[in-house]
Design a protein around this ligand. Structure first.
Ligand code: AMP
Ligand code: ZN
Length: 117
């Protein structure tokens, strides 16, 4: 599929683009964001090319659950769990999604405003 061939996060998952990887298993990859918006900024992505929340199928329920589990594991391993952290999904271009491959932003290490910008 052309989308997959050109997808930056699929390339990271296949090792075609280098990244600072924190976790990789059969279904989920976690790596540091290249342009961090907080002292901790980790991306959690499914290995499967899923473009956005609307593209999640019933068969993907386990993958999505694992993404949250990996976010929690990263928080424990990097020891920012006690300081609080924010999970963000920018879904769709108007909401700020630039990379059309589902991803969870994990942000920590500073305080966060509400509502988000
Ligand atoms: P979004 O705007 O929600 O689509 O977020 C995309 C994120 O991917 C941004 O925070 C980018 O800094 C990040 N990003 C893009 N390319 C890479 C890359 N090769 N390695 C790590 N992070 C990346
Ligand atoms: Zn992809």
């Amino acid at each position: 599929m052309a989308d997959v061939e050109e997808c930056v996060f699929c390339k990271v998952a296949r090792g075609k683009i280098p990244a600072y990887i924190l976790h990789k298993d059969e279904h989920v990859l976690a790596f540091h964001d290249i342009n961090p918006q907080a002292p901790v900024h980790v991306l959690i992505v499914p290995i499967k090319h899923i473009t956005d929340l609307e593209a999640i199928g019933a068969e993907d329920a386990d993958i999505v659950a694992r993404m949250f589990g990996v976010a929690r594991k990263v928080a424990q391993e990097l020891r920012f769990e006690a300081n609080g952290y924010r999970l963000v999904i920018n879904n769709g271009r108007p909401a700020g999604q630039i990379v059309p491959h589902l991803h969870l932003h994990v942000l920590s290490g500073r305080s966060f405003g509400w509502p988000p910008g």
